[in-house]
Design a binder for this molecule. Structure first.
Ligand code: BG6
Ligand code: MG
Length: 218
């Protein structure tokens, strides 16, 4: 029986995936790396340094920069990103998600956040969502980011629930792998071809309701 939900944030709760894309694309182009849709999709869910390495690897540039230079580049991206998210308001909660969280709360489900973003607590505050969650996993404390299962395992532990009692929500392929590895039921939001490993698929956040989930679970 399902008793809790583990949430990705960027692209699931918050309309912020577009800002990550803008900021990474700007950095990639400055570094002379050609942007493409496949790279954009693969970057979803990947932590900050992992993302930079993925961008550099596009043109086999990973070894052209020292760790210190990479830290500077990642910080530059984050500064740009922080500028873009500085004006976030509750209006930037993705469609249907406020109502979904309210219905989960009303029905006694427990919720936690499994976001790779170090900006998650700031964004959840800005969106007015912080109080819905028992806890937010600190991504700085992880040994490995998505697609490793660790972050969703930890999000489940925060709720003191077993994997079989949990549904994890994700908009990234790396995140779906992480949920599956943690033994939770995976709910993918977005292109079902990209998220083909998800147990349940939804086109967009507006379609995600308790009734729709129950119907798909059968
Ligand atoms: C994930 C996003 O949620 O967080 C990625 O999908 C992002 O695009 C990652 O790179 C890390 O975020 P931050 O805010 O710590 O740089
Ligand atoms: Mg996401």
């Amino acid at each position: 029986e399902i008793k809790g939900f583990t949430f990705d944030m960027d692209g699931v709760l918050a309309d912020t995936a577009k800002f990550h894309t803008v900021a990474w694309r700007q950095l990639a182009e400055k570094l002379g790396v050609t942007w493409n849709d496949d790279l954009q999709e693969r970057l979803k869910g990947i932590d900050r340094m992992g993302s930079l390495n993925m961008i550099l690897a596009e043109d086999n540039l990973e070894n052209q920069y020292s760790q210190e230079q990479k830290e500077t580049l990642a910080a530059e991206k984050n500064d740009n990103y922080r500028q873009l998210i500085s004006t976030l308001t509750p209006g930037d909660v993705l469609p249907g998600m406020q109502a979904f969280l309210d219905s989960l709360k009303a029905n006694g489900y427990l919720m936690s956040v499994a976001s790779a973003s170090k900006n998650a607590p700031f964004i959840l505050e800005k969106l007015g969502l912080a109080d819905y969650f028992v806890g937010v996993v600190d991504p700085a404390s992880l040994h490995a980011g998505k697609p490793d299962p660790e972050i969703f395992v930890r999000a489940g532990e925060l709720l003191k629930l077993a994997p079989e009692q949990l549904i994890g929500l994700e908009d990234s392929a790396a995140g779906i792998q992480s949920i599956n590895g943690a033994g939770q039921t995976s709910l993918g939001i977005g292109n079902s071809q990209v998220l083909s490993e998800a147990d349940l698929n939804f086109e967009n956040t507006a379609e995600v309701t308790l009734a729709a989930i129950q119907a798909k679970l059968g």
